[in-house]
Structure formats: C-alpha cells, structure tokens
Ligand binder design. Structure first.
Ligand SMILES: [Zn+2]
Ligand SMILES: [Zn+2]
Length: 347
C-alpha cells in the first residue's frame, strides 16, 4: 500500500495546489477513509477564501463519501470496508452541556470538516467516528455526496418545520440547496410553491415536483403566496437578507421563514409583521448524524437526487471556480480515480 496519497490543498487564500501527503494512522475515536467522492459546496469558500481562521495549508471539502480502511482505538459501531459519509459538522464531543442534552448539532467542541481539519478534496481523509453517516447500498458515492450537506440541510429544516401534509410550503431559490428542497417538500406531502427569478426556471421547478412556480421577476412573491392561501413554511435557500424580508408577508398566521442560505446581509422585518400573525423567522444548521442517515434513506426510497456534474479530483480548482461563478448544474462532485466514485446507481 502506498505511504502517501494525493490531495488538493489550499496553501493560502485562493491558492490551490496538488500535493502528496503522508498516510497517517487514525487517532483514538477516529477512522481513516478512502475517499470515493466529495461534493463541492459554496461553504467551501469558508476555507478557500479564508473566511474562517484557518491553520494553512488546509484540504477543503465536507461532503465526503468513502470506505473505512482503518479504525482508531476506541471506535465502536463502525467496520473496515464500510461505506460512510462525512458532512460539515465533524463530530460531537459527547461530554459538553449540549451533547449531554442530546443536541449534537450545537456541540461546543464540534470541529468543521475541511476548516478545522483536512476534508475530502483528497484520496484519504481522517474523520471523527461520532460524525459519521451510513451510506445505503443503493446510492452511488457521487450521488450521496451532495446529500450530506445540501441534502441534510434542506431535509432537516423541512422535517422539523411545523407544516403538515397538504400545507403550502414555499422554497425560495432553485439552486444547489433549493432543487433538493423542492423534491423533499413534494415527497413529504406538502403543496409546494417554488420561487425564483425568471420564467426559465419554471420548467425545472415543475420537474422537481413544485405544484406552483412564482416568478419573482414578474410578480410580488409575498402577494403570490397569499393568493395561494399563505405559506406555512418558507424555506429560504438563496443568500441575502432581502430574500427573507421580501417573502415574509407571504407567510400565513403562525408560519415560519427558515433561512438556510448564508449571506452577510441583515434581515429587515418589522415587528408588526412578526406580531400580527405570530410569524417566526428561524435558522437551521444541517443536522445530527442520525438525521443524515434518515436523509440518505429517504432519498433512496423516494428517488430524490441532486443534479450533479462529476469531475476528477485534480480538477477541483476549476470545479470550485465554476460553482462560485454560479455556473454549476447544480452540484459539482469530485470523484477519485479509485473507480468507485461513480458507483452503480440503481435507479
Ligand atoms: Zn456544504
Ligand atoms: Zn459536545
């Protein structure tokens, strides 16, 4: 077995390089993974552009699927050869106040994959066992990768939302997150309204399962939602506080606007719009590993899948640039040369 592996690391903000790194044994409570596929996500900019404090160099990537090839001491419940996934949250500590309360997502000692430690733009990755997700056999590694971040984020937000079957749920933005959000919302039994700019997205939205398409360029989205009876939930997948504010009045009384699109813009909502109608605005952060398992199983059962474009590992910088330019259709996925990344999708 080779004593090194290939990785694409960022040596300083904006600068990628292909390197050989020494193969290390996993430490206590860690596993070593032979990576088969890794999604390219907008949150990778947190590493690549140095938005988080980064200890350079760093390998980005937090939508990682691969097979365990070594177990560190103390790891239980996982086996060598098992196919696993790693998402943005690198694994909970098990002893902080939030963990002891069962809130693994908000663990105070949680490391972020590809930010605090090396991620999946590589042939090998070391991961904390407490963060692992289990990949169903009927999902290929490339298909599973984006579900570990964009998938779990939209699935978890909708699953924990107050909407019941038949309620109107709106998904704002039909990009990497939104195109999954629309599919999940449809398969969870909601009446689904997709909101995006331009008539060109209408066909895609319908194909993904939306019952209604609201063209923001042609109509006021809040008024359009009220004409449908008002939304119980609006899932905001596009970044920018303005998207939240402009659609907020489209909520029915007791409705909630859930923000999963990251952006620096403040959200301007009047207290009147909050109070009269008892509306809420909320955020949602991916989900715990069991929710990740549920996301993958639900996706396999219902046929929900990300629209992906696969590229070999060495083309990671170009894939990242394409994603940042908004030209990915709709998620870019790096596949490794071990031949397993493409898998055998059984659809
Ligand atoms: Zn992500
Ligand atoms: Zn903890």
């Amino acid at each position: 077995m080779s004593t090194t592996y290939r990785a694409i690391e960022v040596s300083r903000p904006g600068e990628f390089s292909e390197v050989q790194k020494p193969l290390l044994d996993p430490g206590p409570n860690q596993v070593r993974i032979r990576v088969e596929a890794c999604g390219v996500c907008h949150s990778d900019s947190g590493t690549v552009e140095g938005l988080f404090p980064i200890d350079w160099p760093r390998v980005p990537g937090h939508e990682v699927v691969g097979r365990i090839d070594a177990l560190g001491s103390g790891v239980q419940g996982w086996a060598v050869g098992q196919r696993v996934g790693v998402g943005f949250l690198g694994g909970s500590c098990g002893y902080c106040e939030f963990c002891r309360n069962g809130d693994l997502v908000n663990c105070r000692n949680q490391e972020f994959t590809g930010i605090h430690h090396d991620g999946g733009y590589a042939e090998v990755m070391i991961a904390k066992a407490s963060g692992l997700m289990s990949i169903p056999d009927d999902l290929s590694s490339a298909d599973a990768a984006p579900l570990l971040c964009a998938g779990i984020t939209t699935f978890n937000a909708l699953r924990n939302a107050p909407a019941k079957a038949g309620d109107l749920v709106a998904v704002l933005g039909i990009g990497g997150l939104g195109h999954l959000g629309v599919q999940y919302a449809r398969h969870m039994g909601f009446e689904v309204a997709a909101i995006a700019r331009g008539a060109g997205t209408a066909e895609l939205a319908k194909k993904l399962g939306a019952h209604h398409y609201i063209d923001w360029a042609a109509t006021d989205p809040a008024a359009a939602l009220q004409a449908l009876g008002g939304a119980k939930v609006i899932l905001i997948t596009a970044s920018g506080g303005k998207t939240v504010a402009a659609t907020f009045k489209g909520l029915r009384a007791g409705g909630v606007s859930i923000n999963v699109g990251v952006g620096p813009e403040p959200i301007e909502i009047t207290s009147l719009d909050l109070i009269f109608g008892e509306r809420k605005v909320a955020g949602a952060l991916t989900g715990n590993p069991a929710t990740g398992d549920a996301t993958l199983r639900f996706s396999a059962l219902t046929g929900v899948s990300a629209m992906i474009e696969t590229v070999p590992l060495q083309e990671a910088p170009a894939a990242y640039a394409k994603m940042m330019a908004g030209k990915a259709r709709l998620r870019m996925v790096l596949v490794m040369n071990n031949g397993a990344g493409q898998g055998t999708p059984m659809k």
